[in-house]
Design a binder for this molecule. Sequence first.
Ligand SMILES: [Zn+2]
Length: 183
Amino acid sequence: MSQLDDILTFNKDFVAKEAYVPYEASGHPAKKLTIVTCMDCRLIELMPKALNIRNGDAIVIKCAGGMIEDAYGSTMKSILVSLYELGSEAVYVIGHTDCGMHGLKAEKMIADIKKRGAADHAFEDARKQGVKPEEWLNGFQSVDEQVSRSVAVVKNHPLLPEGTPVYGLVIDPKTGALRPVND
Ligand SMILES: [Zn+2]
């Protein structure tokens, strides 16, 4: 059986048993907060548990490194939707130690992409769209700096509702320990 078959089989049973009942919630975050964090798989359950967040409490936006680089990219758009349309009132940018984006160099990733068969014209295509792969694919060198930069993108956004608190934090993906980042 494929992984997809496994998932679909499990899912049928999950729904039939009404295992979803403990997770029922409205689509508006009860704790009125938005979290932007990394997609790291260690944070799936640990982060909400460590922050005392349950299903329905928060809007959680995930991307590699929790990096908010583009003021008009999809992460920033999601933040604005959460604040204007879903009732969120505060933004928490949470980076983490031991992140896969820490020290990731675009040159390495470009080499990895080429190894998997991407042709040079694929990168040319990105350039035609105004994207420089040698910058776009970079990670970061310091998690604190990364969080501060992302917080600044949100805080300085011209469309941010006035007075919205924006906090920067770093979480330990093993213990769940949180510490604020000074900006
Ligand atoms: Zn990460």
